[in-house]
Design a protein around this ligand. Sequence first.
Ligand code: NOJ
Length: 513
Amino acid sequence: MAREWLNDAIFYEIYPQSFLDTNGDGIGDFQGIIDKLDYICDLGCNAIWMNPCFKSPFGDAGYDVEDFYEAAPRYGTNADLKRLFDEMHKRGMHILLDLVAGHTAITHKWFKESMKDEINPYTDRYGWSDTEWGGDRHYNWLCGISERRGGAMVNFFAHQPALNYGFYEIKEPWQQPVDAPGPKSTLEELKNIMRFWLSMGCDGFRVDMAHSLVKNDPESKGTIALWKNVRDFLNKEFPEAVLVSEWGEPQKSLEGGFHMDFLLHFGPSHYNDLFRCEEPFFSRRGKGNAYEFVKKYESLQAETAGKGFICIPSGNHDMDRLARSLSGSELKVAFGFLMSMPGVPFIYYGDEIGMKYVEGLKSVEGGYLRTGSRSPMQWDDTTNAGFSQAPSDRLYIKIDPDPNRPTVKKELEDSHSLLHEVERLTKIRKDHKALGNQGDVKFIYAKENTYPLAYIRSFEDEKILVIVNPSYKDATFECDLMGKELIYSVGDNATMDGKTVTAPAGSVSFIKL
Ligand code: NOJ
């Protein structure tokens, strides 16, 4: 079962490089996050997921860890990180660190040892084939830099060797079963890493590529069993700890003991149909289709009932910014949906002010096309948008050069801003359990290529009808329900005339039933 605090959690994802630089080196730091905790609270978020902040050569923005037990000096020390935990707890907030469970950097001492010809305790820490050219063509191989013969399996970029948690189906002689000593010791070390940070006060982890650990595991049975094992360990030693997976298949991840899983821009969820495709459902053009998303969501809901949360994020550090495909009131309507669906909401830093995807940037730290979604937070109209005092050519990533770029300051001064809309939405979500994380959802109007989308949220005795119409024209549907009170709307209010409900163009209405 989910930890209690998750029932009311609203997360804010922070890419620490780009949030706030307090020491003038052009890159964000832990102190910057501490300085902005009140801002995050005012937005209505009470939890943070922070991208990896550990020592790293930063070939993949920190998803290439060199030492799992040490904070990257550019963000601060372990003691500073602990201060962040403490400052958050003082405010009743929670923090999840990013656990890169599937691979390390090639500069990690385990990998350096593992590359040696002599057998040592790290020989089997990674998946090594017995020939330099790798074996199984299904995987990519890292070879040519070790004295040891063979190739190391790659988990993501070529410089991220896969940790060895074993193979579910053994197809080649060098592949080890999950209960072989090498895979078992990798798993025990993963638990040690979790123990270390949980003992210091973090509240849990977002697990990177959680689906990827056991290899040759077509139905994920081996990986699910591995996570069940981890869950048992946590239940015994850290029963409050929370896990969210980057998996994208909640029917598997929640089975494995994760408390929540994301719907993502990859995987079978149709999440992209809503926000990031040629004709997203949330575009004013009104040519989108939410139907496939709804069908998939309903089946996931049925499969995962009572097991944990399905989270629909506003975006993340790997996706195009929401504001690349949507703008203005479209963003408000999209947030009206995000803040009225079940599961735990995740807001990617800057999405609450409509930060743009910065086009044409050179890749930074393996970001490639993702770099445009990782630009510095835009706080105000001072130097570097208030992100850093460093000369602008020393910033980690260039700031959005648009003179009209949104900033927190401008949005705070405008009562009609997206930021204020998001604040009001997080508040109404907290005030009404039916709109919250645990409540149920039943879609009552979701037709192919048709607007609006309507669903009933409920929790105990409370029932709220939500009607979402992102398109440029009014949309109607027939319904037998009797609305008692319109409790909130983004844009104009929906009206009910007999059985006909009219949802005005660009609106979301919450009607108490
Ligand atoms: C998923 C992370 O979100 C992404 O940023 C990273 O590059 C890969 N996993 C590899 O760790």
